[in-house]
Write a protein of this length. Sequence first.
Length: 375
Amino acid sequence: MVTCGPGLKDYLQAEIEALGFEITSAHPGSVLTRGSLVDCMKLNYSLRTAYNVLYLLREFRCGSIEALYKQVGTVAWEKIIDPQEHLCVLSRVETRTVNNSMYPNLKVKDAIVDRIYRKTGSRPDSGPERNGVVVNLFWKDDRAWIYVNTSGVKLSDRNYRKMPHKAPLRESLASAIIMASSYDGSQDIVLPMCGSGTLAIEAALMAQNKPAGALRSNFGFKHLICFDERLWQEVQNDVRKRIRKEALQKRIIATDIDEQAICAARQNARTAGVEHLIEFNVCDFSETELPTGRNILVMNPEYGSRMGELEQLEKLYKRIGDFLKKRCAGYTAYLLIGNKELSTKIRLKAARRMVFYNGNIECRLLKYELYEGSK
């Protein structure tokens, strides 16, 4: 099972299928497929919109905490987890059997370390840190599933955003937005109001076909007893063959009026290894250079939460609408809007509206086809 953020399921499914995996089922927040632990390595290394890649160990009926402890204890954990490793247990519980959602976590942890102690005479340390072995429990009504989390820390943490600046987009969401724009490197893409550069960096990684996991040195699967370094190197080498070595023929332009934001974006792009692919500039969005042609523009303007902010943002959104109408003819523009009322101030009819969630904020990615002259 591969998990993802709300609204990203369709993009994740498309990614998994593109890698050659068959989808067995898809649900809000997760996509199921079949594969080996080596396949889990490939998914972890390649996927852009995923949170975690989970490998199913056991599915069972579970009507009580005692049954949970007993069933988890039947798994041969001593063949999976070295006693010297660190263990983290995560759970999602939806059953009337349990009032305290933390208690199942404790019982799963106890069942695992008790089994390992009985078999080896040692027990692993445990805690909330996900830098070692991570085990996930899902318990719904009278059914339970135990997974080993082969990702560990969420895959959306790419490890390049050393300077996040203000309210950055999660990398997995940024990737899905770029995918929704149909950008593939064959067009120029312009990203005004770029903030700390996440959208621009994800676009550059896609244009280069660089794997999303290339900057991460740690994954959950590396802490399992069965981990094979040779197979891991083979997986990486196979994926890297598809990286585009040639220089991009089209431009990626990212601007922001905040000089500190551009400083952060440059540093993050440098860490990601794509600074040379992105043209960063400090300027108001309305002064952003727009290459001629049928290109793509992506913006993530502020949403606003207080009345004073909304009044100021109404003026900003009107300016954005004027910018699109007067300067962006021939472009297809995508705006991530977290406030429906503000979207009306743009005064353009969206060709399409796509639902995304930025944290707990329900947003719409609005697509505008900006024709030259009349449609």
